[in-house]
Design a protein around this ligand. Structure first.
Ligand SMILES: [Zn+2]
Length: 559
């Protein structure tokens, strides 16, 4: 079960493979800047951000006001200028909180036969419409396999079939194929994410999208989906999200099997067909009915943004962005008598890292290009603050070279490795590998690429828009500890503290590894900001075409 040896082999192999050194070089980095990042700085910020007085930093809460005030004061004290061209440190992010009311039931019908699903036990659904209610009224159900259209894999689950106004029943993840060169092999591509599935509903003007929950392919049990029965936040779009499908949701595998039996079909054989290029949508001859009533409230939340102006007059309108979400879950259901979800690791630690990086950059001669420190809101509600920035960037994305994200820093001590989620995605790996090498460390890939972690934090919204985005995680090969220690610490965090009130600053934290990681991120970002050319996505990456089209349209000033 233990993987470090394998990881090490992979890391050495990939290190050898990238013989040509692109712009990453070994441009020296100010020792003063590196020294400015230390454990005392991190601890000081985390102590404030994870304190009970900040109430778990929920968007729209009094905790938000305190958090934003703290971040702004810190950026100002460090000497960074306001990151918004309007002269403030704030980008306003309009959110709407939508809460389904009551416990509606979902009914499938075929002729005189009905199947009724129970709220929460059998299905979870919502509407993103900013409206009092939305419904499916005897909407025809069509099984569309994985619901994927991926031209680069010559894959189309729709085959031109018009599904407007219908309810799409879909499988989660991307198709498991014998050919591992397709859909990233074991790794999940964006086509596998549930968010993509609902976007397909919007694109095809479907009335509803229901995903069949399977624990293995989803990467989490149905209990996680049941967590979505409370208030969900979304951005308020121009059309109040009316373009989205009326109903989005999940149903359990057992109820899906029953539904398919009602339709005279068999789940396993349909699933097998869906894993082929020849698959065509299957109308089930069954209708779906469901009405959801909404409780609505609008929340004006905030990204906090600070800028370190580049030193080169020609290049200073180009940006490297560091991101870390400041928000967490606020005050919620008590666990062991504690109702404050402090989010000390997730993500007071990353936010402290952002401030420490700002302090580091401020201690050196400014790089040629500008550096933006973006502390985003509502990550926990679906990466909304970063989505808002990527939709309404303060500086053009065509002039944004790279994004480096921090979400949960290492609190287990120095490591010989750094885990890179989506390793191999872009040339940012080369910068990271060079910087890691100078620390005597190696990069290793994420051990669970099938879970699609790359699509689950803020950098992803930038990747989706084309900007190369780097998603590091703590290493697991902890120096001075027995094999398996790092992994055991990570698993214990996931099991005991992740998204629970007990994610608090603990006496056994060792932030020396976080300091080393942050120095690596500073080195990377500095060199990108000094580089001759923009970093690129690797050939075959799903975001490369978007970036190329974006740069053609935007024609950045440097080559
Ligand atoms: Zn997080």
């Amino acid at each position: 079960m233990h993987r470090p040896l394998l990881c090490l082999v992979i890391a050495v192999f990939t290190a050898c493979k990238s013989g040509e050194q692109p712009a990453s070089g070994s441009v020296p980095v100010s020792a003063k800047a590196l020294a400015a990042i230390d454990t005392a700085t991190l601890l000081g910020h985390i102590r404030v951000l994870a304190a009970d007085s900040l109430e778990g930093r929920a968007p729209g809460s009094p905790g938000e006001a305190k958090t934003v005030r703290y971040l702004e004061a810190q950026f100002r004290a460090i000497g960074l200028e306001p990151g918004n061209p309007d002269g403030s440190y704030i980008q306003r992010v309009p959110l709407v909180g939508i809460t389904p009311q009551g416990a509606p039931s979902l009914t499938f019908a075929r002729g005189g036969t009905q199947q009724t699903l129970t709220w929460r036990d059998d299905f979870v659904a919502w509407t993103k419409h900013v409206a009092p209610s939305a419904k499916l009224e005897r909407s025809d159900v069509v099984f569309v396999g994985y619901g994927i259209e991926a031209p680069e894999f010559n894959w189309d689950d729709f085959k031109g079939v018009d599904v407007r106004g219908k309810t799409l029943l879909m499988l989660v993840n991307d198709p498991p194929l014998a050919d591992t060169t397709q859909f990233g092999g074991r790794a999940m591509t964006y086509y596998g994410r549930w968010t993509y599935k609902y976007e397909q509903g919007l694109k095809h003007h479907a009335a509803g999208v229901l995903i069949i929950h399977e624990t293995g392919p989803a990467g989490y049990p149905f209990a996680v989906v049941q967590g979505k029965t409370g208030e969900q936040f979304d951005l308020v779009t121009q059309d109040k999200n009316m373009g989205r499908s009326d109903i989005e949701g999940w149903i359990t595998l057992d109820r899906a099997r029953e539904l398919l039996r009602l339709a005279g079909q068999n789940f396993d054989s349909l699933k097998a067909r869906a894993a082929t290029r020849e698959f065509k949508p299957v109308p089930l001859g069954v209708t779906a009915s469901l009405e959801i009533k909404n409780g609505l409230r609008t929340v004006d939340s905030r990204n906090v943004v600070a800028r370190l102006l580049g030193s080169d007059a020609k290049l200073r309108d180009e940006y490297v962005i560091y991101t870390a979400h400041w928000d967490h879950f606020g005050i919620g259901a008590p666990v062991n008598g504690d109702s404050i979800y402090n989010g000390a690791l997730d993500n007071a630690s990353g936010t402290a890292g952002l401030l420490a990086l700002a302090k580091g950059f401020a201690a050196m001669k400014h790089p040629k290009r500008s550096i933006l420190f973006l502390s985003v809101t509502a990550e926990e509600q679906g990466l909304l603050g970063s989505q808002y920035y990527a939709m309404a960037p303060l500086y053009p994305l065509t002039k944004t070279l790279a994004v480096i994200n921090m979400d949960v820093l290492n609190a287990s001590g120095r490591t010989r490795d750094l885990v890179v989620v989506g390793l191999g995605a872009s040339e940012l790996d080369d910068y990271a590998r060079a910087a890691a090498g100078e620390q005597g460390r190696v990069l290793v890939p994420d051990a669970e690429p099938e879970k699609g972690f790359y699509y689950r934090s803020d950098h992803f919204n930038f990747a989706k828009q084309g900007v190369p985005a780097f998603d590091p995680e703590s290493g697991i090969d902890v120096i001075g500890k027995p094999a398996g220690y790092g992994l055991a610490r990570r698993e214990a965090y996931t099991a005991n503290d992740y998204h629970k009130p007990s994610d608090e600053l603990k006496p056994d934290w060792d932030l020396s590894g976080a300091v080393e990681d942050l120095r690596l991120f500073l080195t990377m970002g500095y060199r990108v900001a000094q580089a001759e050319r923009y970093p690129e996505w690797r050939a075959g990456n799903e975001f490369r075409a978007t970036r190329e089209a974006q740069l053609r349209r935007g024609a950045p000033s440097s080559p």
